[in-house]
Write a protein that binds this ligand. Structure first.
Ligand SMILES: [Mn+2]
Length: 493
């Protein structure tokens, strides 16, 4: 598959936001790109990845840049670092400024050491130009973006509060070009997930599954980065929500009978994907795996069938909880009234994380809680990375999960009100089950939504693909499998 052309449209959206503001704004948006870093005290350079807001506005891959946009005219300017002559020996050609102008489609390019002079000379007609710099909190991490700083900035007035909420809101709604990149990252990653599930066998290590994924997205998709550290959890590790980090490094041996929870997504030209597939390592779902898997799939599909612009994300989270709780009740893992369970926040015992998050240049793309929207406090709901109303053009992950986490089950058991909803004898059977998550990346439209992820999701589709069937399944075999499956259900009923 051919990657989409990576150049993004000039930042027309930002410009129209700023120039349409109630008071006429004169000045420049000024952003500082990311800096290359070495490993601690050494001279080992870590592979650079551009800061996300800078990537959004300018698409520049290289470190050490600044970028500006004149609000009155919409003109864009890049400031490139002046590289030492030695660079040509060790790093390659020192590119002329015209290269950056042509590559990144800006109006002008100067050197970083010329910023103060260029800003004053070219944009100082109305006196001192005001500089809008980026300062604001990321609502997922709590960290603040770093406002631009350069030699001579003290000669100008700076505005620290206007830009961040506007630029963040621009990033929430994806353009067609951004969507094409997210779709490409999804196509490559969906394929890689399928390759992993085909090659998974008992006796392998979790990191070998990670390695197959990384190889596939790089070798066949040109994706040098992933959106996040791969989570390749099997057996009871699949109940560890952020497994795969350096202290839990995907190093368990795969056993016959294990469930696998694979959360992996590649990034292409800054834009990411975030996909989770869950399946049995031996290629055949056992009865308890079918129960939990189908509970989660029901939630996943129910949410996607209700999504469209205007729908509130917290309602979707509760819809997912309801689907999971109803399934668990049907299997007599839970007992009592599902509305009472939701009121008691029982959903959070099985799904302690939020239903999904905005996705784009960052895996947890910003804009989930704009000014004035408070994060809920209730268990489970407090983990939501957004409680916004969906809007056409958003890309958001749908990732319900159902996990058997000892710490949460023990707590529920000790609580006299929660405890009575559980059939503890049944729960005991799932003690070392782990968990299941199904995650797709979904584009919101006015009428509904479009799932950008293309992985086998039904249990029979997964079993067929793991047994070597092509994906998508040929029409005839998938109809036969569907018929067989519905027979199975009618027999069971
Ligand atoms: Mn996710």
């Amino acid at each position: 598959m051919a990657p989409p052309h990576f150049l993004l449209a000039p930042p027309v959206v930002l410009w129209s936001h700023l120039s349409a503001s109630a008071r006429p704004i004169h000045g420049l948006v000024l952003l500082q790109g990311g800096e290359e870093k070495t490993r601690y005290c050494t001279d080992h350079l870590e592979l650079f990845r551009q800061e996300s807001y800078f990537a959004y506005l300018f698409g520049v891959r290289e470190p050490g840049f600044y970028g500006a946009i004149d609000i009155a005219s919409g003109q864009s300017i890049l400031f490139a670092p002046r590289l030492p002559a030695d660079y040509a020996v060790w790093m390659g050609e020192i590119k002329p400024l015209s290269y950056f102008r042509d590559t990144y489609k800006v109006d002008m390019v100067f050197y970083v050491d010329e910023i103060a002079q260029v800003v004053q000379d070219r944009f100082g007609d109305h006196g001192k130009p005001l500089l809008f710099v980026l300062h604001g909190r990321n609502t997922d991490s709590g960290n603040f973006s770093k406002p631009a700083s350069f030699e001579g900035i003290e000669k100008f007035d700076t505005d620290l509060s206007t830009l961040h909420p506007i630029l963040t809101e621009c990033r929430v709604i994806k353009s067609d070009l951004e969507l094409a990149l997210i779709q490409y990252a999804n196509d490559v990653s969906s394929e890689a997930h399928i390759e992993v599930m085909r090659r998974a066998r008992p006796g392998m290590k979790e990191y070998q599954l990670e390695s197959i994924f990384l190889h596939h997205v790089y070798m066949y998709g040109g994706c040098r980065h992933c959106s996040y550290t791969c989570i390749c959890a099997t057996g009871d590790n699949s109940a560890v929500l952020h497994y795969g980090h350096v202290a839990a490094p995907n190093d368990r041996t795969l056993n016959d009978g294990d469930i696998a929870l694979m959360d992996m997504g590649a990034e292409y030209h800054f834009y990411g994907s975030d996909i989770t597939c869950s399946y049995p390592i031996n290629g055949k779902f056992n009865s308890s795996q079918i129960v939990i898997y189908n509970a989660v799939l029901k939630a996943h599909n129910a949410v996607i069938s209700h999504m469209r612009s205007g729908v509130n994300w917290m309602d979707m989270h509760k819809l997912a909880e309801r689907a999971i709780l109803e399934s668990l009740r049907k299997e007599q893992i839970l007992q009592g009234d599902v509305d009472d369970m939701i009121a008691q926040r029982l959903g959070a015992v099985f799904m302690p994380h939020g239903l999904g998050h905005l996705l784009g240049i960052d895996t947890h793309d910003p804009g989930g809680y704009p000014e004035g929207l408070e994060r809920p406090k209730d268990p489970g709901l407090s983990s939501l990375r957004t409680t916004r109303e969906l809007k056409e053009g958003m890309v958001i992950t749908v990732e319900p999960g159902c996990y058997f986490i000892d710490a949460l089950l023990t707590k529920a058991r000790e609580d006299p009100i929660s405890s009575k909803f559980f059939n503890w004898q049944e729960v005991e059977k799932y003690k070392s089950f782990g968990g299941v998550r199904i995650e797709s990346d979904v584009y919101v439209t006015a009428q509904g939504c479009r799932n950008l992820t293309n992985c086998p999701r039904e249990t029979w589709e997964i079993e067929a693909v793991m047994a070597g069937a092509p994906w998508p399944l040929p029409a005839s075999s998938s109809m036969a499998a569907a018929a067989e499956n519905s027979n199975g259900i009618s027999k069971a009923l």
